[in-house]
Design a protein. Structure first.
Length: 399
C-alpha cells in the first residue's frame, strides 16, 4: 500500500516591509548626495575653465572701444581730499582729469564740482590690496610715476616705489599687471608678472602710454609693450645698470633711455620718449627707425609730454608749452613763463613765475592742464592750472 506523505511546510523569512522602505530611502539619499557632488564638481571645473579662458589680458583690456566708457564710478571712489604734490596728469577718454599725487600716495580724480576724489590708495605708503578695492590699497607713487587710461576706462599707473605697474578696473578693483617677480628684465619677451623692476638693470617703472593698437607701453629705462597675453615685449632702449650715469652727456649720442619718464604717441603712431642721458626727446617711427629730436631739460627742470587732438604732441618744458607738429617743429601754444603773463600772475600770485611741471594733459576741447612743479627755482606755489583756449587761466588747486 502506497503511503502518501503530508506536504511539508517550509517557512520563508520575508523581509520586514519597514526595513525595506528604510533601506530604499537610504539608497535614494546616497544617490542624491552622489549627484549633488558630481554637479558641484562640474560647476567648479566649469568656473575654473571660464576664468582661465576669459581672464583679462593685455589685448582685452587695452582694445579701443567704439566709444569711451566711464572710468571708475564715484561709488567705487574714495573720499574727497586736497592734493599735496600732484606730479603727473592725464585726461581720460571720458574727459576726467586724473592726477598722480606723490605727496598723498594716491591717484586722484578732479570732479566737475571742483573737488578731488581718491581713485586709488588709502593714503599710507606701502604695498597691499591686489584683488580688492583700489581705494583701500597701499601704493608708493613718486615724482616720475606715470599714468594712462584705456578706452574702456581702465586706469594704469606706475607704482614706482613698489617696482610695479598696476591697473584700476572700472569696477574699482586694483591689480598688478607688470612686475612683482624675480626675473631680470631683458631685451626680449617675458611674462609681465615674472619680471622684477627693482633690480639694478632698470630704474623703476615710470612713463606709461597707450599705443595706437590700444596696448600699454611701459618705460623702465628701456620701453616695453604689454602684449595681449600678458607678455612684456622689449621695444627700444637699453636695459643698462645706472652706474656711470652721465647727466651732462649729449643725449643725441646716447639713447639708452635711462630714466625714460614720459611717453606719448603722435597721429602717425610714432612713439615719442623723453629721457636718456642729458634728457633728450627721441622719436621712434612705426617702422622702427629711431632719431634724436632735441634736448629736453634745463636748469633742473625735466618737463613732460602728452598726446593732443589732431595727432600732435604737447610739451611742457622749461621755456613754455609747445605743440610738436607732424613735421617735428615746435609751435608755442602756452604762455612763456618768464614774460610776466598776467593771467598766470593772477592764478599764482605776483611773487611766483610759472614753470611748467612734471605733468601736462590736454582735453579734447583744447584745455591744457599743467602742474607748477614747486621746488624748481622760480615757483614756490604748488598748483594745477587749466589754460583755456581763450587765454584765461584757472587754478584748479593751489597750495
Amino acid at each position: 500500500m502506497k503511503v502518501i506523505e503530508e506536504p511539508r511546510q517550509v517557512e520563508i523569512d520575508l523581509p520586514d516591509a519597514e526595513a525595506l522602505i528604510k533601506e530604499a530611502r537610504q539608497r535614494q539619499r546616497r544617490r542624491r548626495l552622489l549627484i549633488s557632488i558630481l554637479l558641484l564638481l562640474a560647476m567648479v571645473v566649469s568656473a575654473v575653465s571660464y576664468a582661465l579662458v576669459s581672464r583679462p589680458s593685455g589685448r582685452a583690456r587695452h582694445t579701443r572701444a567704439s566709444s569711451p566708457t566711464k572710468t571708475v564710478s564715484a561709488t567705487q571712489s574714495g573720499s574727497y581730499v586736497s592734493p599735496k604734490a600732484p606730479t603727473t596728469l592725464v585726461v581720460a577718454p571720458n574727459g576726467d582729469l586724473l592726477a598722480v599725487d606723490s605727496g598723498r600716495d594716491q591717484i586722484l580724480r578732479h570732479l566737475p564740482s571742483g573737488k578731488f576724489q581718491v581713485l586709488a590708495g588709502d593714503g599710507k605708503r606701502g604695498f597691499s590690496g591686489d584683488g580688492g578695492p583700489a581705494v583701500r590699497a597701499r601704493i608708493n607713487v613718486q615724482g616720475n610715476s606715470g599714468i594712462a587710461v584705456a578706452q574702456d576706462g581702465t586706469v594704469y599707473f606706475s607704482d614706482s616705489g613698489n617696482g610695479r605697474v598696476r591697473e584700476v578696473l572700472p569696477d574699482g578693483v586694483i591689480k598688478t599687471i607688470v612686475g612683482g617677480g624675480t626675473r631680470e628684465i631683458e631685451q626680449g619677451s617675458m611674462p609681465a608678472l615674472s619680471v622684477s623692476l627693482n633690480k639694478p638693470s632698470t630704474e623703476e617703472p615710470a612713463g606709461l602710454g597707450i599705443g595706437p593698437n590700444g596696448e600699454l607701453y611701459v618705460a623702465a629705462n628701456a620701453v616695453y609693450r604689454l602684449g595681449p597675453d600678458a607678455i612684456l615685449h622689449w621695444v627700444v632702449g637699453k636695459s643698462l645698470p645706472m652706474r656711470n650715469y652721465c647727466w651732462d652727456c649729449n643725449p643725441g649720442n646716447q639713447n639708452d633711455f635711462l630714466n625714460s619718464e614720459r611717453l606719448a604717441f603722435d597721429g602717425k603712431g610714432d612713439l615719442l620718449v623723453a629721457g636718456g642721458p642729458g634728457w633728450g626727446l627721441y622719436e621712434m617711427t612705426r617702422s622702427g627707425k629711431l632719431r634724436f629730436v632735441s634736448v629736453f631739460r634745463g636748469d633742473g627742470f625735466w618737463g613732460s609730454l602728452t598726446e593732443a587732438a589732431g595727432g600732435t604732441v604737447v610739451l611742457s618744458v622749461r621755456n613754455g608749452i609747445f605743440r610738436v607738429l607732424p613735421s617735428g617743429a615746435w609751435e608755442p601754444i602756452g604762455p612763456p613763463p618768464m614774460a610776466g603773463f598776467s593771467p598766470l600772475d593772477a592764478a599764482l600770485g605776483k611773487d611766483n613765475i610759472f614753470v611748467g611741471g612734471t605733468g601736462v594733459a590736454v582735453s579734447k576741447d583744447g584745455d591744457i592742464y599743467v602742474d607748477t612743479n614747486p621746488g624748481n627755482t622760480f615757483t614756490s606755489v604748488g598748483a594745477i592750472l587749466e589754460l583755456r583756449p581763450n587765454g584765461s587761466v584757472v587754478a584748479l588747486w593751489k597750495s
